[in-house]
Design a protein. Structure first.
Length: 185
């Protein structure tokens, strides 16, 4: 019984596809090389000196949060809105005043998915998504950030959250701002 011969055109189609794919990949590499290594311009790592200097991010980038302890009224709206329950707020009744004193404001970044749903309901605009895009640590505990123990300028800075400050905050016993301005409702 004669064996049917397979047509040759699929072989040529695959060959053309392979050559085209390689060419497109090489073109992308060449474009990036020209953009980052042309005469008079430094390479990416020379230009941005990462990690000492952070890489620029888009204006509405959703990085690690910014939090202003002096404005927070401990209303729990952000924690209720969080779909993964990774915001933990500590509070106590303020003596001689209305409302609560914030005693802790932690976010567990092993669970956070940077959805920004916690930002929208805040009635006093004291939590935003920041521009910090990395926070490396040797333990999982390093990924749990208590913003109330961080220096205010670090917690509220656009891109100032860093592993050193977070590690130092673990040794701070009380919120950095325990004054009467925490309670205003
Ligand atoms: S960004 Fe999303 S997951 Fe992260 S703390 Fe806010 S609401 Fe929760
Ligand atoms: S950050 Fe805003 S929403 Fe969350 S507890 Fe404080 S005031 Fe309420």
């Amino acid at each position: 019984m004669p064996v049917a011969r397979r047509p040759a055109w699929p072989w040529f189609t695959n060959l053309v596809t392979a050559v085209t794919s390689v060419a497109r990949g090489m073109a992308a590499t060449l474009r990036t090389w020209v953009r980052t290594h042309q005469a008079g311009k430094q390479t990416f790592t020379e230009e941005f000196e990462y990690p000492e200097l952070g890489a620029p991010v888009a204006a509405r980038y959703r990085g690690y949060h910014r939090f202003d302890l002096t404005t927070c009224i401990a209303c729990d709206q952000c924690a209720k809105a969080c779909p993964v329950d990774c915001i933990y707020i500590g509070k106590e009744r303020a003596e001689g005043a209305k409302g609560f004193r914030v005693t802790g404001y932690s976010i567990d970044y092993t669970k956070c998915m940077f959805c920004a749903l916690c930002v929208e309901p805040c009635p006093v605009d004291c939590i935003f998504m920041g521009a910090t895009h990395d926070l490396s640590s040797y333990t999982r505990d390093g990924a749990v950030v208590d913003f109330s123990r961080l220096p205010l300028e670090v917690a509220w800075g656009k891109a100032t959250l860093n592993p050193t400050a977070v590690a130092a905050s673990k040794a701070v016993a009380a919120p950095v701002d325990g004054g009467p301005n925490v309670v205003r409702i």
